[in-house]
Design a protein around this ligand. Structure first.
Ligand SMILES: Cc1cc2nc3c(=O)[nH]c(=O)nc-3n(C[C@H](O)[C@H](O)[C@H](O)COP(=O)(O)OP(=O)(O)OC[C@H]3O[C@@H](n4cnc5c(N)ncnc54)[C@H](O)[C@@H]3O)c2cc1C
Length: 276
């Protein structure tokens, strides 16, 4: 991502802190002056027209708290899986409430996809239904110029916190058959649980046009269904040379994990196509 930003003319400063933003009212150099410090306290200084402050998300809970609701993870309002707040006749959904996560339990992971599902559950229950939110996997994707980065499930440190024994493998299969022009590698890191062999999470980075965003969704569906990494090889995924491979990129990365982490006898079962 860093390289992609620089390729498009963005100057990237990591391990740096903004210490002061002042108004200059000098349109020739920029209306704002930004001071900061870089690594080893190197002074940094810029004249700019605009400062965009991106510091994360905080739940907006005033209305519900005034009504007596309780807060949980990251100050979000506590709801159960029916999106009930515990207050009579009040259901809540979206960025203001805690997130029920399929692997982490109750956490705070506000996303638009989650808000939509929770909203449907809350609405149905508010008119007498009995719907339940099935839980988030934190599946998300971002486009940075011509690069797409996506993830679903847990990264290793999160999996350890969740009491799992994560092991990961990184592979770089092509998005489609190399003999068909325009193939690009997708970097895929697959994390599985060492004890159960179950898929725990996946992170992908690929060029725009490599279907990286939709490929993370294959992992998300497998994760939702509680599949093993090994079992992903049995998914009947589509194939034509300009768009994929007989083993799709998601399966090749899963097989790389199996080769690295499963015993030879387990690998033999995979290669003979036996059901898991
Ligand atoms: C820049 C940005 C990019 C994002 N990109 C993605 C993405 O790519 N994918 C993804 O899944 N998610 C994304 N999200 C997250 C997603 O937008 C939110 O999770 C989602 O909008 C939350 O829905 P919500 O209904 O809970 O809250 P909101 O969409 O914030 O809606 C809350 C509404 O309530 C109104 N409101 C607040 N207080 C009151 C009050 N007292 N009375 C009446 N109305 C009130 C607000 O004005 C607002 O219209 C992004 C968020 C941001 C900020």
């Amino acid at each position: 991502v860093h390289t992609e930003l620089e390729r498009h003319g963005v100057e990237v400063h990591t391990r740096s802190t903004v210490t002061r933003i002042t108004r200059t009212d000098n349109p020739a150099t920029g209306r704002l002056h930004v001071d900061g410090t870089g690594p080893e306290d190197t002074p940094l200084s810029w004249d700019v027209d605009l400062v965009l402050v991106v510091v994360g998300v905080r739940p907006d809970t005033d209305l519900l708290l005034q009504a007596g609701a309780k807060t949980g993870a990251r100050g979000a309002v506590v709801v159960d899986e029916t999106m009930a707040t515990g207050l009579p006749h009040v259901w809540a959904a979206g960025d203001c409430v805690v997130t029920h996560h399929r692997l982490l339990g109750v956490t705070y992971l506000p996303l638009g996809t989650t808000a939509h599902k929770q909203g449907r559950v809350a609405g149905e229950n508010a008119i007498g239904g009995s719907a339940r939110f099935a839980g988030s996997l934190g599946t998300q994707v971002v486009k940075v110029f011509d690069l797409v980065a996506a993830r679903t499930g847990l990264r290793e440190h999160e999996a350890i916190t969740a009491g799992l024994s994560p092991i990961s493998t990184t592979a770089t299969p092509d998005d489609h058959k190399a003999y068909y022009p325009g193939a690009h590698p997708i970097t895929i890191r697959v994390t599985g649980d060492a004890t159960t062999g179950r898929l725990v999470g996946a992170q992908l980075i690929g060029a725009r046009g490599t279907e990286t965003a939709k490929r993370v969704d294959t992992y998300a569906a497998a994760l939702f269904a509680g599949m093993t990494v090994e079992g992903m090889s049995e998914l009947d995924l589509s194939y034509t040379p300009p768009l994929g491979s007989p083993w799709d990129a998601v399966q090749m990365a899963a097989q790389a994990w199996v080769r690295e982490h499963l015993l030879p006898t387990q690998q033999a079962r995979l290669h003979t196509g036996a059901t898991t």
